[in-house]
Design a protein around this ligand. Structure first.
Ligand SMILES: [Ca+2]
Ligand SMILES: [Ca+2]
Length: 175
């Protein structure tokens, strides 16, 4: 590994590697700080997408390939399950609690399905096998839209749970 890789990037690279080995590295990403989200706006999602994109672009090529993208979907699911919250780096750092009953482990079957679903989404938001930061932001906004059941452009209460659950990607409905 290069000597001057920024800590966050190196940690993410390790984390993506760890996704298949269930390493305790995930604990290093356990944010104990950040306030509980009461509302998340499109601006928050856009700000978060920028920060996240930089972490997902492991090789710092400026775009995401299908492997980087599929890897991030799995890591986000594992982190959400492990931390029981989803972190949004919006205007401020916010935590969204995962719905109760979401399984703690990502099962082997779930891994396969998370990978397949992510690769389909990749092709939807990528151009010629490359996803730009804009494409990634559009993808994250589309996830927000799916959770925004009253279509007012802001996630609140149960919409936040829906959004967190979409990140955690449980195969089974919660309950
Ligand atoms: Ca890349
Ligand atoms: Ca709403």
């Amino acid at each position: 590994m290069k000597k001057f890789v920024p800590a966050g990037l190196a940690a993410t690279a390790l984390l993506i590697g760890a996704a298949t080995t269930a390493s305790p590295m995930k604990g290093a990403f356990n944010h104990a700080f950040g306030v509980a989200a009461t509302s998340v706006t499109a601006t928050d999602i856009e700000t978060d997408a920028k920060a996240l994109f930089a972490k997902v672009d492991i090789d710092r090529s400026g775009t995401l390939d299908a492997d980087e993208f599929a890897g991030h979907a799995l890591v986000l699911a594992e982190l959400a399950r492990f931390n029981r919250t989803v972190t949004i780096e919006g205007e401020s750092e916010m935590q969204i609690r995962l719905p109760d009953g979401t399984p703690e482990e990502v099962s082997h079957t779930e891994r396969g399905s998370i990978d397949a679903v992510a690769r389909r989404a990749f092709h939807q938001f990528a151009d010629n096998g490359e996803m730009s930061e804009e494409g990634f932001t559009a993808y994250r906004l589309s996830m927000m839209d799916k959770a925004d059941t009253n279509r007012d452009g802001t996630l609140k209460s149960h919409e936040l749970e829906r959004f967190a659950s979409a990140m955690a990607r449980p195969a089974q409905p919660r309950g």
